[in-house]
Design a protein around this ligand. Structure first.
Ligand SMILES: [Zn+2]
Length: 199
């Protein structure tokens, strides 16, 4: 049906690529945009282009930022003896939201997954080890997800980091197995950070 209106079909196809958005929802969104004023549609398109033009990864912690190094890395009020390792920027945001952690962060951009062919070289592991060479870090809190991949990554990192004489800790249980930190409520994340244990 949409084939006769190529510009509409194109937008639906683009929107349908979003996670959790099927063809039906994509069509609903496209029709919504169609009813918007030109200024509203331009604001949406502009926001997407602006995001892609301005947001990059911090060259120290690999969190998303508009300024490199990011505000978390330059904030002198944060404790540089503590380093929290997470899988994705969304996990960092979840921990920040819980206000339970005042150290610095390192974003791996994924977790080890041999079945998917994802090894340490695909993650920011070498960069993490590089940061630990400085000698300032006394504890690494591994806050990877409680999934098979997240647990495997935590154990892998512990084996690498412990010989450096650095304490390695893990979030306390209480976070449901298989869940992403991103979707866990603040109080639970707070308890998991407070109750962290040695790995
Ligand atoms: Zn940073």
């Amino acid at each position: 049906m949409l084939d006769s209106i190529p510009s509409l079909a194109r937008l639906v196809a683009e929107l349908a690529k979003f996670p959790g958005i099927g063809k039906k929802t994509a069509a609903r969104l496209a029709f919504y945009i169609l009813r918007q004023t030109p200024a509203e549609a331009e604001a949406l398109a502009g926001a997407i282009l602006d995001l892609k033009a301005k947001v990059r990864f911090c060259s120290t912690c690999f969190h998303i930022t508009e300024n490199d190094p990011c505000p978390l890395c330059t904030d002198s009020g944060r404790d540089e003896r503590l380093l929290c390792v997470v899988e994705e920027p969304q996990d960092l945001i979840a921990i920040e939201r819980s206000r339970s952690f005042s150290g610095r962060y390192h974003v791996l951009h994924g977790a080890l997954s041999p079945l998917d062919g994802i090894g340490p070289e695909d993650l920011k592991v070498a960069e993490l080890l590089g940061r630990l060479q400085g000698g300032a870090v006394e504890e690494v809190l591994v806050a990877t997800n409680f999934s098979v991949e997240g647990e495997a990554t935590a154990l892998y990192l512990a084996r690498l980091i412990r010989p450096l004489g650095i304490r390695v800790s893990r979030l306390a249980y209480g976070i449901p197995m298989g869940s992403d930190l991103e979707y866990v409520d603040e109080a639970t994340v707070n308890r998991a950070v407070e109750g962290r244990r040695d790995l």
